[in-house]
Design a protein around this ligand. Structure first.
Ligand code: 5GP
Ligand code: MG
Length: 177
């Protein structure tokens, strides 16, 4: 059941643009920059951030995705770790400056699994983490370097980050319970 609309479409786009600026302000070797989205929720966010960053820098920044089998996507009632599935990275990770991207950071178990999947494919020089929403409740020593918004949620709530392609559709950040 919808509890609260944190922001609408323009608010979400502002958050994503600010996130892009945070990332670029921290990235010196932009020629080595690449985005890696955590499927499924992080993929569209990674696409958007990469497109904005590419636009701002006037270069094409590569994007790849890591596939993590999620037991806890929106349903938060399990003690199992997310398992790692097949991951395709279409560029060499060696010496890359990787920005790992997800929509929502919660316990940190998904990021832990994504790092395992990513590092099995090569040795980037540095990996940073960008998330649209940090809703707290970490269970591992994982933090995001770039955060769109920190939301106070209860454990039993869920956050939705949605950027629909048409302005007519419902877009924004919502809290459900
Ligand atoms: P964690 O593994 O940190 O507990 O949960 C993060 C992962 O689960 C992310 O991939 C995210 O997509 C999903 N997730 C956790 N909580 C929420 C939530 O409230 N809303 C959404 N959309 N995804 C969540
Ligand atoms: Mg997810």
């Amino acid at each position: 059941k919808l509890q609260e609309c944190y922001c609408d479409r323009p608010g979400l786009l502002k958050i994503l643009d600010d996130l892009t600026d945070q990332i670029l302000a921290d990235t010196f070797e932009t020629q080595d920059l690449a985005f890696v989205g955590i499927l499924a929720g992080g993929a569209a966010v990674a696409d958007y951030l990469a497109a904005r960053a590419s636009e701002k820098l006037g270069i094409t920044i590569p994007v790849a995705y890591v596939d993590i089998h999620l037991y806890r996507d929106d349903v938060i009632d399990t003690d199992h770790d997310p398992l790692t599935r097949e991951t395709e990275i279409p560029f060499a990770l060696k010496n890359k400056h990787i920005v790992l991207v997800d929509d929502v950071l919660f316990t940190g178990r998904t990021v832990r699994a994504a790092l395992t999947a990513l590092l099995a494919k090569g040795r980037p020089r540095v990996v940073r983490l960008a998330v649209v929403v940090d809703r707290g409740f970490r269970e591992l020593p994982i933090h995001a370097d770039f955060v769109g918004v920190r939301l106070e949620t209860r454990r039993d709530q869920a956050v939705r980050v949605r950027r629909a392609n048409s302005p007519q559709e419902e877009s924004g950040i919502y809290i459900f319970e």
